[in-house]
Design a protein around this ligand. Structure first.
Ligand code: C5P
Length: 237
């Protein structure tokens, strides 16, 4: 069963409290990103956890292995369920993060790799000295992450079918988490998202977790919007 995660793209604890209270039982998984975490710190994670919800802490860690390992431990200590790091931090960094998470046993957060920021294009890769095509780079970064202990990746719903094909065999029986933002119910405002898929399409293509922000937060009836997306995801399976 795929999971629905609502992106808390707000900047204060007060707004978070409002969203979580309003959505109630319709949503039990939230994403906290860099803006909110920078503004409110670990307290906002505790607040969402105390409301009985799961948390995806999306800080996209990228630093030396020791620092990333310690940040993973700090996140795991808060009880977060998913955390992100950049695959481009390299093998030693990914391994150190995975080892740090594993010390939490059954409560360890799952570590998701960012393969290449979707804001980058081929010319940015060239600027970085990376000569291969973007699609090849994304696959290579996904493989690096999965074969060094990451539990999954974040990717566009347009890439997820191919990434399932590439990464599931590489995981050698471990389950792989595929998190996709860029989801829009049919007919919804696309906003600044360029490569969108419907909730049903994303699930059919192998997304295990869908991150949705504005289509729920900006809906006239956010509870109904969340329930409709959830129903579409369930019907797709
Ligand atoms: O409002 P919307 O549904 O577009 O929100 C999607 C969430 O996923 C936002 O928090 C956004 O930052 C995040 N995200 C994304 N595209 C990426 C990576 C993350 O939309 N490539």
């Amino acid at each position: 069963m795929a999971e629905l995660i609502v992106a808390l793209d707000v900047s204060s604890k007060a707004e978070v409290a409002g969203v979580v209270a309003r959505l109630g039982d319709a949503v039990d998984f939230y994403k906290i990103g860099l803006e909110l975490f920078s503004a409110e710190g670990p307290d906002v994670v505790r607040m969402v956890k105390d409301a009985g919800k799961r948390v995806f802490l999306d800080l996209k860690l990228h630093d030396i292995p020791r620092t990333v390992a310690r940040a993973v431990k700090a996140g795991a200590g808060l009880g977060v369920d998913l955390m992100t790091l950049h695959a481009s931090g390299g093998k030693a960094m990914i391994q150190a993060a995975a080892e740090a998470a594993a010390t939490f046993g059954a409560t360890a957060p799952k570590l998701l790799a960012v393969t290449a920021l979707t804001s980058l294009d081929q010319s940015d890769l060239t600027d970085l000295g990376i000569g291969r095509a973007m699609a090849d780079h994304v696959e290579a970064m996904g493989l690096l992450a999965i074969t060094n202990g990451a539990d999954g990746i974040v990717c566009s719903p347009k890439e997820v079918a191919n990434m399932n094909r590439v990464l599931i065999p590489a995981a050698q029986g471990r389950s792989v988490v595929f998190v996709t933002p860029g989801v829009r119910p049919a007919g919804a405002d696309v906003g600044d998202q360029k490569r969108v898929a419907t909730p049903a399409g994303a699930v059919r293509d192998g997304s295990t977790h869908l991150v949705v922000g504005r289509p729920i937060l900006e809906a006239a009836d956010p509870v109904a919007a969340a329930r409709a997306i959830r129903a579409e995801m369930d019907a797709a399976l």
